[in-house]
Design a protein. Structure first.
Length: 236
């Protein structure tokens, strides 16, 4: 009887030993996992190193410089285009106004034209359009252009004020930022000869030039030169 009980106890002890060993291994694995997690958490909680910080700062700096360069290039290109358009528009308006007045000029009489020209100024008689409500009329006018303080000034005295030098009429600004406003006057030695533009002034009181060559140079942030030749209808 006792022997049978002892054999049963031995068999039960032998049966529970593998279970205990498995539990022990599981406990050891859990302990190892906890130790590994604690070690990794220690690595993560220690912060960034100086090398890592320098690398991140360098990447951010490269991105910032790239964005700023693209932005600066776009702004500079826009300003350049805008300045070019402004110069071209100013030159076109000024040259068109001078061109129109010169084409409408006339001589006062056969022995007195009232046309005088210098290197940077010109004056003459012309028919200047005046716009009313329902029609356009050409008024007898004295017109002059001159360069003053890098500005092209246009003076127009109409009708009874044409020959009145004391009339209270002020010249109007036609263009600003003018670097050069140069005029040369064309003539022909004979009707079949080509037009020559070697005169920088015109002083013949009775005769009109064949043409006037205009050289205009404007500058703001950019500088650009323009040239136009106007043939006078009175001499054609």
């Amino acid at each position: 009887m006792r022997l049978s009980l002892l054999s049963k106890l031995v068999s039960l002890r032998g049966a529970t030993c593998p279970e205990r060993s498995r539990r022990k291994r599981r406990s050891n694995l859990s302990t190892i996992r906890l130790l590994r997690f604690a070690r990794n958490d220690t690595v993560f909680s220690r912060g960034v190193t100086l090398v890592e910080l320098l690398i991140a700062a360098s990447i951010f700096l490269v991105v910032l410089v790239t964005v700023f360069s693209a932005f600066h290039t776009g702004i500079f290109g826009y300003r350049r285009v805008d300045d070019t358009l402004t110069i071209n528009q100013t030159a076109r308006l000024a040259l068109e106004r001078i061109d129109l007045d010169l084409r409408n000029l006339f001589a006062y009489s056969s022995d007195k034209s009232f046309f005088t020209g210098a290197r940077d100024s010109v004056s003459f008689l012309a028919l200047v359009d005046t716009f009313s409500k329902d029609r356009v009329t050409g008024d007898f006018s004295f017109v002059s252009y001159s360069l003053q303080d890098k500005k092209i000034m246009r003076l127009c005295r109409k009708n009874t004020d044409s020959f009145n030098d004391k009339a209270d009429i002020q010249p109007l600004e036609l263009a600003t930022g003018v670097e050069a406003f140069e005029l040369s006057y064309g003539y022909q030695s004979a009707p079949e000869d080509p037009v020559k533009f070697d005169k920088e002034s015109w002083t013949d009181p009775a005769k009109l030039p064949v043409a006037v060559k205009i050289k205009l140079s404007l500058k703001n942030t950019l500088a650009q030169a323009f040239e136009r030749t106007v043939y006078l209808a009175a001499e054609q």
